[in-house]
Design a binder for this molecule. Structure first.
Ligand code: B12
Length: 306
């Protein structure tokens, strides 16, 4: 089955996908709740993206996602993530925003942890797109358009997140010369998912300004995203200043990105370097536990201490 968004499905097939009766399905189409198209022969059809949108808006669990070419919801297994990454790469290269968005939300609202969605589905789909570009089977505009689609989709995911007031804070971004925005937005959405009041400061920020941000915002956690480094010596000098600013404000400093070679990591003092979003989630959650423990022990009434 070709799982593209514009693959039309008959009401009978959609009823099976949603696990409902054909009559209910036809009634929803009649009521215009489910957008349909007509074939040349006048038969009603429903597009995959519309089925996923309808199910999500009505809180209907998709009984047979595989009939839409989507992986089963239940488990974020390796093969499901691999299949979703391929599906997403095809949708992005085709510029199909609605299917790309639905795939991401389908997984995010299913049981796929956000960190795995970012590492094993979205990052992997961009590796596929990067390989296609590298062997001239994809155009630069397709790569850039894919970035824009995923940036908008992650912004929408961010909008659907709520973080309770008084939560620990986090902020971060990329330094001068680094134009990559996907990774720092991912860090923001992931840390919000972990319960932090997290804000991405954006891209290509001079180190002086990053240092100023740390002193002014005093985050519990500060992240540095390094997908591209213009000048390694300058970068290391900048990281040293960021690291001492974090020491002064007791902010935990974490860095990630393909440009962080092992040689560079060795020279980055008091910086926790991670390889992916799952490691960032692990780091953030352990920091949260430490803070909660400190908080609860500081709230212990003095007289209760033995
Ligand atoms: C999209 C893209 C761009 C876009 C980015 C747009 C955007 N809005 O972000 C733009 C157009 C900016 C770009 C520019 C360039 N690019 Co480019 N780009 C890519 C592409 C296609 C995808 C990269 C991407 O965003 N992946 C999605 C992210 C989420 O995945 P990721 O980076 O792997 O990140 C994961 C982990 O590394 C980790 N992680 C990464 N960063 C961080 C940060 C933190 C805090 C944490 C916790 C984790 C973490 O978690 C992420 C999720 O798993 C790759 C191809 C590929 N194979 O990947 C080429 C690629 C990376 N680009 C490349 C190059 C050379 C460039 C340029 C230098 C080209 C040029 N000469 O101008 C410029 C540099 C621009 C600059 N000064 O910053 C090369 C890099 C080669 C190398 N040896 O490293 C690649 C591999 C293309 C190629 N095949 O040659 N690029």
């Amino acid at each position: 089955m070709n799982p593209s968004a514009d693959h039309p499905h008959s009401p009978k097939q959609v009823a099976r996908v949603l696990g409902v009766s054909e009559s209910s399905l036809k009634r929803w189409c009649d009521q215009g709740l489910l957008q349909t198209t007509r074939t040349a022969g006048g038969h009603r059809k429903v597009l995959a993206a519309e089925v996923i949108r309808f199910a999500r808006d009505r809180g209907i669990t998709i009984a047979s996602p595989e009939l839409l070419g989507l992986p089963p919801l239940a488990t974020a297994t390796e093969s499901n993530c691999e299949r979703s990454a391929c599906l997403l790469a095809e949708a992005l290269l085709a510029g199909d925003e609605s299917l790309s968005r639905e795939i991401v939300f389908h997984l995010a609202l299913g049981n796929c942890p956000v960190a795995r969605l970012f590492d094993d589905v979205i990052a992997r789909s961009f590796a596929i797109i990067g390989d296609r570009w590298a062997c001239q089977r994809a155009e630069v505009y397709q790569e850039r358009r894919s970035c824009e689609i995923i940036l908008r989709t992650l912004m929408e995911l961010r909008k659907s997140q709520t973080v309770s007031p008084g939560s620990l804070t986090a902020c971060g971004g990329t330094a001068t010369g680094n134009l990559y925005s996907l990774q720092t937005l991912m860090a923001e959405v992931l840390l919000r998912d972990c319960g932090y009041q997290a804000t991405s400061l954006g891209t290509a920020i001079p180190f002086d300004s990053l240092v100023q941000a740390i002193h002014e915002l005093r985050p519990t956690l500060f992240w540095l995203s390094a997908a591209h480094i213009l000048d390694e010596a300058e970068f290391l000098e900048g990281v040293t200043r960021v690291s001492s600013a974090c020491a002064a404000t007791q902010s935990a400093l974490v860095a990630g990105g393909r440009a962080l070679t092992p040689q560079l990591r060795e020279q980055m003092i008091d910086v926790t370097c991670v390889d992916n979003m799952q490691q960032l989630a692990g780091f953030a959650k352990s920091l949260l536990r430490v803070h909660r423990r400190t908080l609860s022990s500081s709230q212990q009434p003095a007289d209760r201490t033995p």
